[in-house]
Design a protein around this ligand. Sequence first.
Ligand code: CA
Length: 226
Amino acid sequence: MRILLVEDEPQIADFVSRGLDENGYSVDVARDGEEALEWPSVANFDIIVLDVMLPAVDGIEVCRTFRAQGLRTPILMLTARDAVEDRVRGLDSGADDYLVKPFAFAELLARIRALSRREPALLGTELQVGDLVMDTATRQVTRAGVPVELTSKEFALLEHLMRHPNQVLSRTVIAEHVWNYDFDNVTNVIDVHVKNLRKKIDEGFDPKLIHTVRGAGYRLSDRKPG
Ligand code: CA
């Protein structure tokens, strides 16, 4: 999942983006409202984490502008403690949820999961394709009931595939959502991760779930191609 973090305070931005990265999210940081407004035309995000207190164009204005432009990406707003007015204005401007600063990192993760749960393939915190099951909260993956150990990037890659079952995902789309753009040789990196993922979730199991679609990308499915 790819997240846009809009936060002007460098320490908070670094702390949050590092934490999200460690949890397998792909994060881009905008340091002010103007920069934030430029991002959605460049990349597709799954979630936007938006601080209200920003210099020049504030978070409320950014949120309002995004919605006026028709952007439907879930927005989690970060507001100052006790600023009821901020929270009300935030929700009224089109934010989906808010989190009061200072917050526990675990709560930020839970809110992000809650916002991403709107996607149809997800019931509660669980994703399932065939006998492959992923719990996005506990970060446990099983195939036919057998636990599978994944690195955080493998987890992120598999999560993206599981959120779009039976669809061919190009390497470009995968790179966008699981890796950041500014990455040398990303195609090669994706192929290596898919190879490793295959070993873990498909080796010794039937049917194979990860399918290579020549010249197009990858597809996760328990159905036969065709
Ligand atoms: Ca701020």
